[in-house]
Write a protein that binds this ligand. Structure first.
Ligand code: AMP
Length: 194
C-alpha cells in the first residue's frame, strides 16, 4: 500500500478535536510512509490534513475540479495538485491514485464519496479497503444505520464487514494494511443459482 485517499469535510467541525484528529491522522500516514490523496482544497479538515502531511515531510496529492478551485481554495503547497474538468473526473482520479479509502468526519460530500467506494467494493469494482476514522464516535449513528440495514435484510453481513472502523489513526492504518476483500461480489451467489 502506497497511498490512501482521505475524504473529509470542507468544514472544520464544531469541536477542536476534529482538527486535532485530522492532524494526527496526517502524521500517522507520513509515519507509515503513505501518500495522502485528497480533494485538493485548503478549507476545513481537507486543508488541515494536507498541511500536516506536508509539514511532516510527507507527500500530499490533491485532485480538484475547475469549478471548485476558488471555492475550496485549491492548495498551492502540495506535492501535486491536479485540476480536473469536473467531479466525476475528480472521484475517478482520486480512486485510481489510491490503494485504500478513509472517510474522516464530513458532510454530504464526504458521505457521498464514502458510499460510492463502499458500494463499488460490494459490487466487486475494486478490492481496496474502505474505512472510517471514527473520531469521537462521529460515525456511530451511521454504523447503527448500517447494522439496521443488515438486520432488516437489505445488506449482507459480509458487505457490512467491508467497512473498517477505528478511532485511532495508527490502528486504522494497520486495518487497511491487513484488509482482505470478500471472496465474492454481491451478485456471485445469485449468478450461481441461475
Ligand atoms: P463536505 O463533506 O460536504 O464538506 O464535502 C467534502 C468534499 O466533498 C468537498 O471537497 C466537496 O467538494 C466534495 N463533494 C461534495 N459533493 C460531492 C459529490 N456529489 N461527489 C463527490 N464529492 C463531493
Amino acid at each position: 500500500m502506497k497511498s490512501v485517499c482521505v475524504y473529509c469535510g470542507s468544514s472544520d467541525g464544531a469541536k477542536p478535536l476534529y482538527r486535532e484528529a485530522a492532524k494526527a491522522f496526517g502524521r500517522a500516514l507520513v509515519a507509515a510512509n503513505l501518500s495522502l490523496v485528497y480533494g485538493g482544497g485548503k478549507v476545513g479538515l481537507m486543508g488541515v490534513i494536507a498541511d500536516e502531511v506536508m509539514a511532516a515531510g510527507g507527500r500530499a496529492i490533491g485532485v480538484i475540479p475547475e469549478l471548485l478551485v476558488n471555492k475550496e481554495v485549491g492548495h498551492d503547497g502540495l506535492s501535486e495538485l491536479h485540476v480536473v474538468p469536473n467531479m466525476h473526473h475528480r472521484k475517478k482520479m482520486m480512486a485510481d491514485l489510491s490503494d485504500a479509502f478513509v472517510a474522516m468526519p464530513g458532510g454530504a460530500g464526504t458521505l457521498e464519496e464514502l458510499f460510492e467506494v463502499f458500494t463499488w467494493a460490494q459490487l466487486g469494482y475494486h478490492q481496496k479497503a474502505v474505512a472510517v476514522l471514527n473520531i469521537d464516535g462521529f460515525y456511530d449513528p451511521l454504523i447503527s444505520m448500517l447494522e439496521h440495514t443488515v438486520q432488516e435484510g437489505f445488506m449482507r453481513q459480509a458487505y457490512f464487514d467491508i467497512l473498517q472502523v477505528d478511532s485511532d489513526p495508527a490502528a486504522l492504518i494497520g486495518r487497511l494494511q491487513r484488509y482482505q476483500p470478500p471472496l465474492q461480489d454481491k451478485w456471485a451467489d445469485r449468478r450461481e443459482r441461475v
